[in-house]
Design a protein around this ligand. Structure first.
Ligand SMILES: Cc1cc2nc3c(=O)[nH]c(=O)nc-3n(C[C@H](O)[C@H](O)[C@H](O)COP(=O)(O)OP(=O)(O)OC[C@H]3O[C@@H](n4cnc5c(N)ncnc54)[C@H](O)[C@@H]3O)c2cc1C
Length: 325
């Protein structure tokens, strides 16, 4: 037995969510006294691959090829499944990202594995049972699932497991897997980035605003606060429905799920559908002029006040702190 972690890259580089998933997979390997192998698909240089050793990977399988430069769900799933079989990996770990969520069910079928996507904690392995805590009901709740199959696939929510450096460099070896023409039925031809700002699903800090801001002309202060904090900007659904902000910023049950270390909600009521997308945030700060706003019930820190007074003061305070630091 061994544990296999799929390390997805973005433009040839690994993001923090990969280091979290490798650290997490290392901890699972330790629980089971076994080895941890990573697999990378695409164009990643040898030094970047070897550096996964810092987070506990002993070996990194490198799969490259012209047709594999961009993510191809079917082909990547075939390759990862083959690597799992060749390395007798009965646990496969992924990041619960766009590609990880696409791969997990395909791997589940190919490996006849139970799947726990949206995992937020290490598996518990007591008395022969293997259980995983995961988000449920579009992020409105947590569930504990028991995986009873011999093979298991776990997709870890970004920002839910702390990165730790335990090792040094990993051994990198090329891996070739058989793919079929049918694995390439849908190919990405071009990627057009909508923005070069911090990407929302990966952001450690999110500054989000709702209808309380009255109109798109008032987003300058939200963007300024986000830029000062190195944060991504987000919004509630009615805001993007009204065209005040792009749909890519809409957070919640029908939008993006985020799990930052800090979520600042400005002029958002805290409807259950919005909370569904932010419930795994570590610290939630709410700014709302209505003390009865439901968002305060889930807030770690709340400021009852008018956003147009509070946010400029917050910006000034952050600037002052940065100038003195
Ligand atoms: C099927 C379904 C799916 C949905 N999915 C989503 C989803 O994914 N994401 C989502 O966000 N919503 C979703 N919704 C909509 C959701 O139910 C709420 O209507 C929405 O979240 C409310 O947005 P809001 O808080 O920005 O606006 P409002 O409900 O209008 O709240 C505005 C808030 O701003 C406060 N405020 C007003 N002025 C100020 C001021 N000057 N300073 C400070 N505070 C102020 C008010 O007190 C109020 O709390 C969904 C609804 C349905 C039915």
């Amino acid at each position: 037995m061994s544990v296999l972690i799929y390390a997805e890259n973005a433009g040839g580089k690994f993001k923090k969510s990969v280091f979290e998933a490798v650290t997490y997979a290392r901890a699972i390997a330790n629980q089971n006294n076994t080895s941890l192998v990573a697999i990378s698909i695409g164009d990643v240089d040898a030094a970047e691959l070897a550096a996964l050793g810092k987070y506990g990977a002993e070996k990194v399988l490198n799969v490259s090829g012209e047709k594999l430069k961009n993510f191809v769900n079917q082909a990547y799933a075939s390759i990862i499944a083959e690597a799992a079989k060749k390395h007798s990996a009965d646990i496969v770990v992924l990041s619960n990202t766009f590609s990880g969520r696409g791969l997990a069910p395909r791997l589940g079928v190919k490996l006849e594995a139970g799947v726990a996507d949206g995992a937020v904690a290490l598996p518990q392995q007591d008395g022969g049972k293997f259980t995983v805590k995961k988000t449920a009901f579009s992020g409105k709740a947590f569930a504990v699932v028991e995986l009873t199959s011999a093979n298991k696939v776990i997709a870890l929510v970004p920002n839910s497991y702390k990165v730790t450096e335990t090792g040094e460099t990993a051994q990198v070896e090329d891996f070739t897997a058989e793919t079929k023409d049918s694995d390439f039925k849908a190919m990405i031809k071009e990627i057009v980035r909508s923005t070069d700002k911090v990407s929302l699903p990966d952001a450690e800090i999110v500054v989000s605003a709702g209808r309380g801001l009255k109109g798109p002309e008032n987003w300058g202060m939200v963007e300024e606060l986000a830029s000062l904090l190195g944060a991504a900007t987000a919004c509630s659904k009615p805001v993007s429905d009204a065209g005040w902000r792009p749909h890519s910023e809409h957070v919640g049950q029908t939008g993006i799920a985020v799990s930052p270390n800090l979520y600042i909600a400005i002029g958002i009521s805290g409807a259950i559908q919005h909370l569904a997308g932010i419930s795994s945030s570590k610290v939630i700060v709410v700014i709302n002029k209505d003390p009865e706003a439901p968002f305060f019930k889930v807030a770690d820190y709340g400021i009852v006040g008018d956003a147009f007074d509070v946010v400029p003061k917050l910006i000034a305070a952050v600037k002052e702190y940065k100038a003195s630091a």
